[in-house]
Design a protein. Sequence first.
Length: 406
Amino acid sequence: MDNPYHLAKAELPHHRLNAGIDLRAWLLGEARHFHDFGRVLEGFCERALAAGVPLDRAAATVRTLHAELAGAARIWEPGKAVEARSFDYTPHSEAAYKNSPIAHAHAKREWVELRLEETPDDAFGIVPDLKAAGFTHYFCVPVVFMPGTENSITFATRKPEGFSRHDVIFLRFVVPALAVIQEIYALNRMMGEVLKTYVGSEPQTRILAGQVHRGEVTRIASAILFCDMRGFTAITADLTPEASVALLNRYYDCVLPPIAKAGGEILKLIGDGVLAIFRVEEEDEIVACSHAIEAARAILASASRYGSGNGEEPDFELGIGLHFGQAAYGNVGAGDRLDFTIIGRDVNKASRIAALCGPLERHVLVSEEFAQRLGQSDFRLVRRMALRGLPGLHGLLELIEDVPPA
């Protein structure tokens, strides 16, 4: 393939070449500062239309580094808002990809062109849908980012004769600049997704904001929830690593969604331990504690349904400790290997309380500091006792669940 710039300079009319130069300059200048790639794609397509390219649809698709998603796309059509679409990761994701023009473009490392009137329906899985939507001509452009991840941009028109030679030359001239911006946005998104997946939402935000130096500490008033599985070490002693991972994932399926649904921030997964906070917003401590109790109740309800392995997998029970205090974020480590972790006396206290659920035969235990913010009438004192590593005696209370009428 000839150099796109030399081909455009040699064949495009002067006004169209200038439009392409202006579009490239816009992409590499103003468009880099938008907050969403959808605005970039929209601006690109509107400028291409103004330059005479008969675009009726454009889509930019990227692979994601997300625990539940295989990819994400921005889809433009004239007169409509840009659509943001995500693709769930399923066992069928790879098969759908392999039966797509995108896979073919990646394998060949070149643009895939489909004149739909001449393309059999079984050529690719998307062909019948493209025909049904009235498209006549389609291009799929492979976009390979620096780390080697494979992505794509597609264009389609309903114009009866399809894209002209000049249309294609124009697109080949401007698309490399669009791909550069796509990569910038996608890599920023991937970085955020990976950090959020492995360190949590709040640490991700702080790391990306530049809090990356050892010794930096931020304190947050919050309700603190610590949950762990009772007897995890004994349960997994005779399990294979695969079976242990399956057990942990079943346990996490019971614990993590209720915390997120109640507005909690999951900060650490420590083996079978889950540490989360419900931060105080607008100085409303009662709301934070209410959300933590809501999450605890939902966790217990979920564990009662899914904690039993039905004879095929190990059963499990869990304990939840709730406390109110200061959660302190800090960078700890040495050299260039740091951990952004949550530390402090109040976090330790929540952990110690959760550890006593088994010995005291309770599923939920709360501190006096936590109970005081919701009213003592909802709780009953179980025992006042020492907590390992913390001075003095500490009152531990149980939650009095509502009893349904007989």
